[in-house]
Design a protein. Structure first.
Length: 250
């Protein structure tokens, strides 16, 4: 993490709750994320990790609680246009790539900058090509998603999110749909982003990534944050019984 950003809070979450019908998925999450911090969220399936990410950029509207992003309240009372503007500063990479199959790689990348951020076609192309180079896929700009491996599609999805010049990147189990040999090529890109000073919030089962790259590890279970701390504290000397049980099964 950039030391000059060490005390600047970019996201503040206050008593966040989310229910789907009678199912309470998030039961009161409160935490703060600093600018430039890499936060890795771990925990068993069904613990609320992905729902938390989706609430952060209002893909899911929270049932109650508050999310402050860059000192502004997210969502509440905002028009769809204002919300889109907030959302554009929080890039998200999903488990299943979510690329448009009928568009080429380059067309996938320039769509949002042109339509959401009013970037010119010329500038959007330059931006897209610079991020394709960053993820090592310059030669694939005219390919369609079906012509790419899963790892290549996920790297395109990362480049697409970066084209919006976000201040925060959210990764929702970005490697879990990939064959094991393709996982490392995506993790390599994520590591380079972590070292670039961008704020990352990563939901993952890749514990090696968490140990190597995270500034802070958050362990969730049952819709709550059970324990959080630096990787050494969480992995080598966890305090909570539930954390110890979870890590013991890995």
């Amino acid at each position: 993490m950039n030391t000059s950003d060490a005390n600047e809070i970019i996201i503040k979450i206050v008593n966040l709750k989310k229910t789907f019908g009678s199912l309470e998925v998030l039961k009161g999450i409160s935490t703060e994320i600093k600018k430039g911090e890499v936060v890795v969220i771990i925990g068993p399936s069904g613990s609320g990790k992905s729902t938390l990410l989706r609430c952060l950029n209002y893909l899911e509207a929270p049932s109650s609680g508050e999310i402050h992003f860059q000192n502004q309240l997210m969502g509440q009372g905002k028009s769809e246009k204002e919300l889109d503007l907030q959302r554009s500063k929080m890039g998200m990479v999903f488990q299943n790539f979510n690329l448009f199959p009928h568009l080429t790689v380059l067309e996938n990348l320039i769509l949002a900058p042109i339509n959401v951020s009013n970037v010119s076609h010329h500038d959007a192309l330059a931006l897209a090509r610079s991020f394709l180079q960053k993820v090592g896929l310059s030669e694939k700009e005219h390919s369609y998603p079906r012509e790419l491996s899963g790892g290549q599609q996920q790297r395109v999805a990362i480049a697409r999110a970066l084209c919006m010049k976000p201040d925060v990147m959210l990764f929702d189990e970005a490697t879990s749909a990939l064959d094991p040999e393709l996982v490392n090529e995506v993790l390599r890109v994520m590591k380079s982003l972590a070292h670039s000073g961008l704020t990352l919030i990563v939901v993952t089962h890749e514990m090696g990534f968490a140990k190597e790259v995270a500034d802070r590890v958050v362990f969730m279970d049952g819709g709550l944050i059970i324990e959080e701390g630096n990787p050494a504290d969480i992995f080598e000397s966890p305090k909570e019984k539930r954390t110890i049980e979870f890590l013991g099964k890995l």
